[in-house]
Design a protein around this ligand. Sequence first.
Ligand code: PEP
Ligand code: MN
Length: 347
Amino acid sequence: MFFFYGSLNMIVTMRKGADRNEINNVMQRAKSLGLEVQVNLGTDITVLALLGSNTGQLSTELFAILPGVDSVTRIMKPYKLAAREFKRDNTVISVDQVEIGKKRIVVMAGPCAVESREQLFEAARVVKEAGATILRGGAFKPRTSPFSFQGLQQAGLELLSEVRTHFSMPVITEVVDPHDVSLVVQHADILQVGSRNMQNYPLLTNLGKIKTPVVLKRGFSNSVTEWLTAADYLLAGANSNVILCERGIRTFEDSIRFSLDISAIPVIKRSCHLPIIVDPSHAAGHHDLVPALAKAAIAAGADGLLIEVHPNPKEALVDGLQSLDPFEFVQLMKELQLIAKSIGREI
Ligand code: PEP
Ligand code: MN
């Protein structure tokens, strides 16, 4: 017999105006049955997710009869907390003054890897002047070959700290090792989980214990369902600040580094409440292709972009071919403004 471990969970939607006692009552009942409870206190409707491996055997009526309960449904999807059924309103994530998931499209830009103080400062100056609000830069690089540049690591993190203070600009950087979360979090405003680590569950579990926003990149061989289920690892902890990032998937097509899955944007918007950004650089693999993918992503409803920009791409230690130079980035930002305006958004 098939047993869907942990997949039969319930969503309890309270009536409009249900009071705190009624909500507590549902929580206590669920806990007494050995279930985990996650509460989404919406502006007018509260929704509770009852999670546990045995809810399949429990009748929804156990909760439907409680005072203040409007409806009880089972979520059959593998992901629960990332699902729209749990939270109808879009999640908006604040990073300093920047809000991700609202009308304004957020552009995160900078080099693939932090290489030197001069390189990072020049990149920050260029992207800030062109209108990017968050600086990217990898200190720990997950490289396919052990002989490739692995990043400046701790020294790179210190440069990111310096530059964020100097330019008053939040920074995003990748964390690859679950044991490094406490170190990286001291130097960055957003932590990036790379494509190769989307299913690194110890890493996700540790990132679920903090509140710092996380950009969760889609694994290049993972489905949307697997991606949202990975997001549940973060949401199941204390971290509700999750931003999804589509960066291209591996297909039979070899004319581009990865196939950018534009359709993932409306699919995510329909089934999930989290903001989604797009990284056109790693999909493109070539700077000439980046602008078209970036514009398509915004037109399709992405909440932001993560773009590689290098002051001098020809000298980049990593991903130089796909990095925009300052001139190309300024030009792209101008074009993106027109696209954003045409769909009622701004940059
Ligand atoms: C990166 O952003 O530099 C990176 C390594 O991306 P990905 O994990 O998408 O390959
Ligand atoms: Mn890169």
